[in-house]
Design a binder for this molecule. Sequence first.
Ligand code: FES
Ligand code: FES
Length: 152
Amino acid sequence: MELTVNGTKYQVDVVPQMPLLWVLRDELGITSAKYGCGIAQCGACTVHVDGRAVRSCQAPVGAISGKPITTIEGLSNGDLHPVQKAWIEHQVPQCGYCQIGQIMQAVSFLELKPDPTDEDIDLVMSGNLCRCGTYARIRTAIHAAAAKMAER
Ligand code: FES
Ligand code: FES
């Protein structure tokens, strides 16, 4: 089947039931999305399909063929996305393992909710687990990114 990832078309010879995460990592060598739980409970594997956050460990690739897939490498053209910049400015990551998924979730969230409250952020981002406990900095960075995106 044909997949479009970050604007590039790929042909992959896989069974339609294979999770997107496996296709990205093992077939295409795009390893930014991480394997955490494999059961759609941690968010480490979050990517965008058609602009929305999706848990790629539980997304059969056959259901996605034809829809645009974005990993963190494709979030922006050249420059970093405002969410990535806010993550750096506020030094969000600790070990980093969960952070790609956190950023992909946050970007998708801000598209839907450009001016979120603390409660909005906590509700949405609580589905992305961080063993290092970076939640407070994630909240701060999302507010900062929202402010920057509102200026655009
Ligand atoms: S690895 Fe997909 S949600 Fe945990
Ligand atoms: S930064 Fe370590 S798990 Fe989130």
